[in-house]
Write a protein that binds this ligand. Structure first.
Ligand code: SF4
Ligand code: F3S
Ligand code: FES
Length: 253
C-alpha cells in the first residue's frame, strides 16, 4: 500500500538552517533512507545525506528520526505512523557540514588516542591461545559498526561541548575495556596501564552509567553492562587495593 508522508527534514549548514517540509510517496517495505533517496530524486536533488551499504553494516546513515538517534537504513517506515509527520535531523553532538551530514572527526581523534593491541612478547601469531569466553567477549565489542550513535547520545557530550576534550565516549571506552580485558594484551609489559588511562585520559569517571548509549546501539552491544561497568570495577580495584597500588609504584621505578 502506498501513501503520501509528511517528511520534515533539517536543511542547512554550519552557518544555520531549519526544517523544510515535503510530501513524499512511501511504498510497502521501504525504510527511511528510501524516502530520503526519493526526495533527492524528485524534489531536493541537493539534499546531503551520508550512506553506503543500506544494510545496517557501514554505520554511515546515522541521524535522528523523530528525535531518536537511529540508522536511516534500518528504520522501517511501517514502524512509524503514516498519519504523523516524520522529522529527520542530523546527529546533534557533532558539527553539521550540510543537511543530514555531520563532521564526525571527533570520533577519529578519540580512536587515535587509544593505543592498539600489544601482542605478547615472544609468542608468534598462530601460537596465541585464548579461552572461548574471552573470545566471545571481544567478539561482542567487535560487532561495532562505528555508527557513532552511542557517542551522539551520551549526555556527557551531547549538550556539553566543553567535555569533549576529556571524554572519549562509550565507543572508545569500550575499546579500552576490550583491550584491558584481553588476556593476550601485553600493555603492562610496556608500561602502559590501560585502567589508569581510562580514568585519567579517556574520562571513564564522567560516565554515570545512564545506559543511553546501550539503548541506541543498532548492534545491541551491551556497552554499559559488559564494557563500561567492568572497566570501572577494574579501575577502582586497582586504585583502592594497597598492594596493587604499591606494586605499580615499585614497577614504575
Ligand atoms: Fe554504533 Fe553500537 Fe558501535 Fe556505538 S557501540 S558506534 S552505537 S555500533
Ligand atoms: Fe554515557 Fe553510556 Fe555512560 S550514555 S554516561 S557512556 S552509560
Ligand atoms: Fe550503511 Fe545505513 S547505509 S548502515
Amino acid at each position: 500500500m502506498s501513501y503520501q508522508a509528511n517528511f520534515r527534514v533539517w536543511r542547512g549548514d554550519s552557518s544555520g538552517g531549519g526544517i523544510e517540509e515535503y510530501e513524499v510517496e512511501v511504498n510497502e517495505g521501504e525504510v527511511v533512507l528510501d524516502i530520503v533517496h526519493r526526495l533527492q530524486a524528485t524534489q531536493a536533488p541537493d539534499l546531503a545525506v551520508r550512506w553506503n551499504c543500506k544494510a545496517g553494516k557501514c554505520g554511515s546513515c546515522s541521524a535522528e528520526i523523530n528525535g531518536r538517534p537511529r540508522l536511516m537504513c534500518m528504520t522501517r517506515m511501517s514502524t512509524l505512523s503514516p498519519d504523523e509527520p516524520v522529522t529527520i535531523t542530523p546527529m546533534r553532538t557533532f558539527p553539521v557540514l550540510r543537511d543530514l551530514v555531520t563532521d564526525v572527526s571527533f570520533n577519529y581523534t578519540k580512536a587515535r588516542e587509544v593505543p592498539s593491541f600489544i601482542p605478547p612478547q615472544g609468542l608468534k601469531p598462530g601460537e596465541y591461545r585464548m579461552q572461548q569466553e574471552d573470545v566471545n567477549r571481544s567478539q561482542e565489542f567487535r560487532k561495532c559498526i562505528e555508527c557513532f550513535l552511542c557517542q551522539n547520545t551520551c549526555h556527557v557530550v551531547r549538550d556539553h561541548e566543553e567535555n569533549k576534550p576529556e571524554f572519549s565516549g562509550p565507543r572508545f571506552l569500550m575499546r579500552v575495556a576490550e583491550l584491558d580485558m584481553h588476556p593476550l594484551d601485553d600493555a603492562e609489559g610496556t608500561g602502559l596501564d590501560r585502567k589508569r588511562t581510562a580514568q585519567e585520559e579517556h574520562g571513564l569517571g564522567m560516565c554515570n552509567i545512564t545506559k543511553c548509549c546501550t539503548d541506541v546501539c543498532p548492534e545491541h552491544i551491551k556497552i554499559t553492562d559488559n564494557a563500561l561497568i567492568p572497566l570501572k570495577e577494574r579501575a577502582v580495584d586497582r586504585k583502592y587495593d594497597p598492594l596493587v597500588w604499591l606494586g605499580s609504584k615499585i614497577s614504575r621505578r
